[in-house]
Unconditional design. Sequence first.
Length: 138
Amino acid sequence: MYRRRFLARAGAAGVTIGGAATLTGCLDEGQDVGMTANRFIPDELTVTVGDTVVWENTSTRTHTVTAYEGGIPDSAEYFASGGYDDEVTAREAWNGAFGGGLENGDRFSYAFTVPGRYDYVCIPHEEGGMYATVFVEE
Ligand SMILES: [Cu+2]
């Protein structure tokens, strides 16, 4: 259900999902989600269980990919750039020494093994609305 809706919208935006996602002028092969100064591109992505999503910082600002602990399925393993085990630790690390920060060209990946909805955020740009969602289908 999500996939169809996403693809319909993605088509308009020029995004192709399927092994390698591309967004002209932003994403290169092998990346699924890129980043502008204050956005994840695309901000909604639908994948299948078992898929690995690759984020790449395609901007010149430092960003994080940090899952909302209450925004992922209960049985899913927590994820955050920097490899932190939970959201509190990820936020403390960022606030303390920019832990988990992705610089231009840095990548972060996560293999989705549990279906459901995953909401995540960029800690330094949360107030600017830099958060996004991955939908994982069976
Ligand atoms: Cu950011």
